[in-house]
Design a protein around this ligand. Structure first.
Ligand code: SF4
Ligand code: SF4
Length: 444
């Protein structure tokens, strides 16, 4: 097997021993209609409506979409747009909590007895990739030819520094993971179900091994304690030796990958009928008084998580949603917890200062550390030269924006930023080429 790149970033998993605690219900939550990849959900409530926990407030608006449910009981205050963490406007439903957390009367455990009803339940649960990706899980599991899939990989590789929410899932919800693995085996009929966990998590590994060792076709695979073992394509390569070609999906190489917390969320819905309405989030960073893991209603403002953890201290310079390698800077503490939010990190000035970029010395470190075998320095050059054809040739779309290149660069080049801009440039060029070709065809 080809040696993968990656980096040995400091783990900083100080919260791994912190069992998640529920935060008090905030007075207000904001539930964006787009917490997933695909078409935004369509609101089915309006200002003034009374809602209860688990009630549908946004219906999926297409195949690649996901429903959204109320995470608190109370009254809909407004349905409006807000500036999401991406910087784009996003439709959301704001609910004023009554503090009662009354469950919706219509909640029933779904009847699941075959693949079709299992996939229907996954769709209704509102579960999306909870490891950060946010891809609707029902879509991921809807496979044209299931006999072509021989591996389901359960991703327990929580490789980003600081984040320990999946670690807590593996420790606190081991039984649900066993039930989930059995459900996948039963309804999808896939023979090999492999949990991937890095070697720096011996306790989760031994907890999982307790049941995988007595189940046919199940196993735990220990991965190197390196970043980014949790990247989907990296995980697939490490466990099966298969490479997902450019423009293809894991399914094309016979593999489905699910995050471990995603799997427990599905099982919870199938057992109780309560859709995804809360999330375990790691709250950490040098500006947090008492770091720990918390369970928050989806839509809770980040400020309510930090308050629960003793508040923020010193000169807070940066707040991240997600980890330090792939997380996104939050412009305000009002930003809501999303389905896929696994960490809220706050850093002081000293830890958030950006290093100064110096000229590239063509040392090649970014290339040798790239787990996808790409040439990140060439992306920056092609972007600066405004040459989308070079970006295409160097396969910029294979980049998963893991940040290993920028992390290892001695010149502190902001390679991921250039890569993100490069992808936009290439997309625009491809769209322009397509439109020109269509115009030409129409003129013939
Ligand atoms: S690691 Fe940095 S300095 Fe070295 S080749 Fe890559 S971009 Fe240039
Ligand atoms: S961000 Fe992209 S180019 Fe850089 S190391 Fe990761 S996959 Fe490679």
């Amino acid at each position: 097997m080809r040696k993968l790149g990656g980096v040995r970033a400091p783990h900083r998993k100080g919260t791994a021993a912190s069992a998640p605690e529920r935060i008090p219900i905030p007075p207000e939550v904001r539930l964006p209609m787009s917490m997933h990849i695909g078409a935004p959900a369509k609101p089915v409530v309006k200002a003034g409506d009374a809602v209860k926990v688990g009630q549908l407030i946004g219906e999926a608006s297409g195949f690649v979409s996901s429903p959204v449910h109320a995470s608190v009981s109370g009254k809909v205050k407004r349905v409006d747009e807000y500036d999401a963490v991406t910087g784009l406007g996003a439709l959301s439903v704001v609910i004023e909590s009554d503090g009662e957390q009354t469950p919706h009367d219509g909640l029933r455990a779904p009847e699941v007895n075959d693949m079709k009803s299992f996939l229907g339940a996954v769709r209704e649960s509102g579960v999306v990739g909870l490891g950060g990706a946010g891809f609707p899980t029902a879509v991921k599991l809807t496979v044209k030819d299931i006999s072509a899939v021989d591996y389901i990989l359960i991703n327990g590789a929580e490789c980003e520094p600081y984040i320990t929410s999946d670690t807590r899932t593996m420790l606190d919800e081991t039984e649900l993971l066993e039930e989930g693995a059995l459900l996948l085996g039963k309804y999808l009929g896939v023979k090999n179900i492999v949990f991937g966990v890095e070697s720096n998590k011996p306790e989760p590994i031994s907890r999982l091994a307790e049941f995988t060792s007595r189940r046919d076709g199940m196993e735990v695979r220990t991965l190197p304690a390196m970043y980014p073992q949790g990247g989907e394509k990296v995980l697939i390569y490490q466990i099966t030796g298969r490479r997902v070609p450019e423009g293809k999906l894991p399914l094309d190489v016979g593999v489905v990958v699910l995050n471990c917390t995603t799997l427990t969320a599905i099982v919870k819905y199938i057992k109780t009928g309560m859709p995804l309405v809360s999330k375990c989030v790691t709250v950490d960073g040098s500006a947090v008084v008492k770091p720990g893991n918390v369970v928050a209603p989806i839509g809770a403002p980040l400020s309510s998580l930090f308050e629960f953890c003793g508040g923020l201290k010193g000169d807070v310079k940066k707040v991240l949603m997600g980890g330090p390698m792939m997380g996104i800077a939050a412009p305000s503490l009002d930003m809501p917890v999303l389905k896929a939010t696994n960490a809220a990190l706050a850093f002081s000035e000293k830890d958030a200062r950006l290093p100064e970029e110096t000229p590239c010395i063509r040392c090649g470190r970014c290339v040798s550390h790239c787990p996808m075998g790409l040439m990140p320095l060439e992306f920056e050059r092609a972007y600066r030269l405004k040459k989308p054809e070079l970006l295409e040739r160097y396969k910029v779309n294979l980049c998963m924006e893991c940040g290993c290149c920028a992390y290892s660069c001695p010149a502190k080049r902001m390679l991921v930023q250039y890569i993100k801009l490069s992808k936009i440039m290439l997309r625009e060029r491809q769209a322009a080429d397509k439109a020109a070709a269509e115009r030409k065809e129409a003129a013939v």
